[in-house]
Design a protein around this ligand. Sequence first.
Ligand code: NDP
Ligand code: OXD
Length: 308
Amino acid sequence: MTILYKADPERGKLWAQLFARKAPGIPFRLWPDLGDPASVRYLAAWQPPADVMQTLPNLEVIFSVGAGIDQFDLSGVPAHVAVARMIEPGIVEGMVEYVTQAVLTIHRDLFDYALAQRERVWREMPVRAASTRRIGVLGLGMLGTAVLKTLRMFGFPCAGWSRSPHEIEDVECYAGTDSLDAFLARTDILVCLLPLTEATRGLIGKRVFDTLPKGASFINVGRGPQVIQQDLLNALDSGRLHAAILDVADPEPLPPTHPFWTHPRVRLTPHIASATRPETAVDVVLENLRRHRAGERMIGEIDRARGY
Ligand code: NDP
Ligand code: OXD
């Protein structure tokens, strides 16, 4: 029962070392060195091969090496093949760090100070209390919840929006499409931590930006296609939005001529908000192999009908 890894080759070498140390009895191979394809039961991938079931006919589980699974085309994957996303502490810590720095960048007016520096202008702005800056996070899953638990410690009034009702201490929780406008209307810094599904594709556009208070800002660490990028540019150019910090875009990488690269009110990073940490990820995969063989539900096993 071989496990095959098909993602970043450098990280793959680390996974191979960790498997050799922690589970020497489990054959571990790095794509494209398949060995006997019929012996591959488990695939850990960012992007499975297009014809995955033809290539790996005895596949039983696909593990995403990331928290999201939207990059998988599961249309040709039969229902008996389980799919699990990555739930491990490294991803959570990285995301909490990234979103915290992005929120503080906006909160402490660093976009305006960067523009002033370019003009050689030494000008102080009043420091606004955290208690007057309302944070709203779209998505109350593993990542959205962890981010809110940290941000509330700064004194920001915090809220979150999800599909089903949640209860989180000191966080105003909104659920469902009917509550989206009320959530947006009380949000000065909007953070997207939604999975990409048919329901969230293109969700964040003019209507959302127009419902936020004027001068609000936007941080996207979810997925690029959730945003209508032209609407975002229009909202920034009209002053409706103050700034945007984008870790994800559509496509990735953005073409060199895309206006986001040079927009003074956009800060871009190349999808690095957080990443799986091999040391902890391998432990989760090993636990999931045990669970799968014992017929138990795996950590991060997704609901294919729901799409996340
Ligand atoms: P989870 O599956 O744990 O949480 C998803 C949340 O989104 C849930 O609260 C869910 O609601 C909510 N949600 C899903 N669909 C809808 C909808 N239609 N309307 C309202 N709420 C909805 O995901 P994670 O927190 O682990 O990760 C979120 C996403 O972050 C990933 O899918 C990935 O796209 C992105 N990501 C980005 C990274 C980066 O480096 N930029 C790194 C890691 C992840 P409910 O609770 O009711 O089910
Ligand atoms: C992920 C990502 O989903 O890196 O883990 O985006």
